[in-house]
Design a protein around this ligand. Structure first.
Ligand SMILES: C[S@@+](CC[C@H](N)C(=O)[O-])C[C@H]1O[C@@H](n2cnc3c(N)ncnc32)[C@H](O)[C@@H]1O
Length: 265
């Protein structure tokens, strides 16, 4: 991953980017959601429950599919033989919705592995669990594949039911974007990022897909890093980003990474 690049375009650019983002988000969500009220209530659990009820038990991937970014994600998956025998490579999907994304990433892992799909919408979690069970019955891999477990939990990104250092990789596609639209969204997002850092292993990576431009989003990630490392002084966190589709004619998306380096290890 490229070294962290902090682009500071100044206050005017930030305001422009923020307005641009709002317009862009409205267009994206208007296109994707039949009910426009979702755009204004993305921090509410009930909004998401209704959203997934309307999707009628089908997988739904927010703005990017796994195959579009396979190369970017693959570099964070363990190489064959790199995980010591007896160790389980663990992936967390934060705000999984009914997305196929982390399930496809998990299927690429060639060692003992587990995936936890977490969302505060109980409708999303139960639909995704049911879809996975159907696939397993149809023989398409999943929970029962040898050495590969998939689990589901209803939880808020702010309060994850996992012990410290449990995961090697955490994924977020569109979840922080939704959290930021909640009341007190910035604070909820920062504390969610700190939770993600807490549950990551000493060398773990957090990958975050968003449409928000780095001149705005990096500020948030840096605030979360400062808060986490202030309380955990032995930890360093590197932050980087990359455009996912800079040459395409559609809206630009970004992959941000926060990679943990524990100096105690
Ligand atoms: C834009 S959708 C993205 C879903 C999925 N990651 C995808 O790529 O399709 C945002 C998801 O975040 C979940 N979410 C929003 N706020 C949350 C919170 N505070 N805790 C846990 N999940 C949350 C919503 O229920 C929704 O499933």
């Amino acid at each position: 991953m490229a070294a962290p690049v902090a682009v500071n375009l100044g206050a005017k650019a930030r305001v422009f980017s923020s307005l641009n983002r709002t317009l862009h988000m409205s267009l994206v969500y208007r296109r994707m959601a039949t009910d426009r009220s979702i755009v204004n209530n993305m921090g509410d659990r009930s909004t998401w429950n209704s959203f997934y009820e309307d999707k009628e038990n089908k997988t739904f991937d927010w703005f990017i599919e796994f195959d579009d970014v396979y190369d970017l994600v693959n570099r964070y998956l363990p190489k064959p033989g790199s995980v010591r025998p007896g160790r389980t490579f663990s992936i967390l999907d934060l705000g999984c919705g009914t997305s196929n994304f982390s399930i496809q990433a998990h299927q690429k892992v060639q060692c003992e592995s587990r995936l936890w799909c977490v969302d505060f919408s109980e409708v999303a979690v139960s639909q995704l669990a049911a879809l996975c069970t159907e696939r397993i019955k149809a023989g398409a891999g999943g929970r029962s594949a040898p050495g590969r477990e998939t689990h589901f939990a209803v939880a808020d990104v702010n309060s994850l039911p996992f012990k410290d250092s449990f995961f090697d990789l955490a994924l977020d596609k569109g979840t922080l974007d939704a959290v930021l639209r909640a009341k007190e969204g910035t604070e909820v997002a920062i504390s969610g990022l700190c939770e993600a850092m807490r549950v990551l292993s000493p060398e773990g990576h957090f990958l975050h897909f968003s449409d928000e431009h780095p001149d705005v989003r990096l500020d948030l990630l840096e605030k979360a890093r400062n808060r986490y490392t202030h309380a955990n002084r032995h930890v360093r966190i590197s932050i980087g980003f990359k455009s996912v589709n800079e040459n395409s004619h559609s809206f630009e998306y970004f992959l941000y990474n926060m990679s943990k380096i524990d100096r105690k290890e």
